[in-house]
Design a protein around this ligand. Structure first.
Ligand SMILES: Cc1cc2nc3c(=O)[nH]c(=O)nc-3n(C[C@H](O)[C@H](O)[C@H](O)COP(=O)(O)O)c2cc1C
Length: 193
């Protein structure tokens, strides 16, 4: 299982959470790429990015939650790199089929705020649906995401402990089994084909 770890943070130097988590991922031997450092001008090398994706099995995307979404370079990366014929389209063009997508998100707000009737209205699971559907369209396995609520108020120890949990989550091989089992159940229930 080869894991590629893409970090999207517009200002990693001033980051508390994502900087610490990226360091944890690096220390664990994951192939970490700081995407804003690689593409400060937003001119993404599409061929290079697609080559990376083809060569890895588990694709991790780590980012801070900004307006219930990802930072702008990550959105541009999705727009530019997931092209027709590569990520979706005719069967022989589906180069991401059966690869895994795993999101790791630092969420500023507390869990209590992310529910119906509360300040943020929806759960993080619901707000991440566009990414889940993107994975589905590309025939990727959308693994159970990792996130930390209350990251704006978390202290250094809490951030470090969450970083350890994130690395353990990323390296957990049973995540694939969970996805396969869920898929089988949904198929048998007729929810998906
Ligand atoms: C432009 C911007 C938008 C944000 N939007 C949200 C949001 O929609 N929900 C939320 O919980 N936190 C939001 N936050 C807080 C960030 O998620 C939080 O600061 C970040 O996860 C902390 O990680 P860092 O230390 O790596 O920057 C936002 C922060 C910024 C700067």
């Amino acid at each position: 299982m080869k894991t590629l770890h893409l970090v999207f943070h517009p200002n990693i130097e001033t980051s508390r959470v994502n900087k610490a988590w990226a360091a944890k991922a690096k220390a664990a031997g994951l192939h970490v790429r700081d995407m804003y450092q690689l593409y400060p001008d937003f001119k993404i090398d599409i061929a290079e990015e697609q080559k990376f994706l083809v060569n890895y099995d588990r694709i991790v995307m780590q980012f801070p939650f900004y307006w219930y979404n990802c930072p702008p370079l990550m959105k541009k990366w999705l727009d530019d790199v997931l092209t027709f014929g590569f990520a979706y389209g005719p069967d022989n063009g589906l180069k991401l089929k059966d690869k895994e997508l795993l999101l790791c998100v630092s969420v500023g707000g507390a869990q209590a705020a992310y529910m119906p009737g509360a300040y943020n209205g929806f759960s993080v699971t619901e707000l991440l649906r566009p990414f889940q559907q993107t994975a589905f369209l590309c025939r990727m396995k959308y693994l159970s995401p990792f996130w930390l609520h209350g990251s704006v108020r978390a202290n250094d120890d809490e951030i470090a402990a969450a970083g350890d949990r994130m690395v353990a989550h990323i390296q957990d091989p049973s995540l694939s089994d969970v996805w396969n089992l869920q898929t089988r159940i949904f198929r048998e229930l007729g929810v998906i084909k």
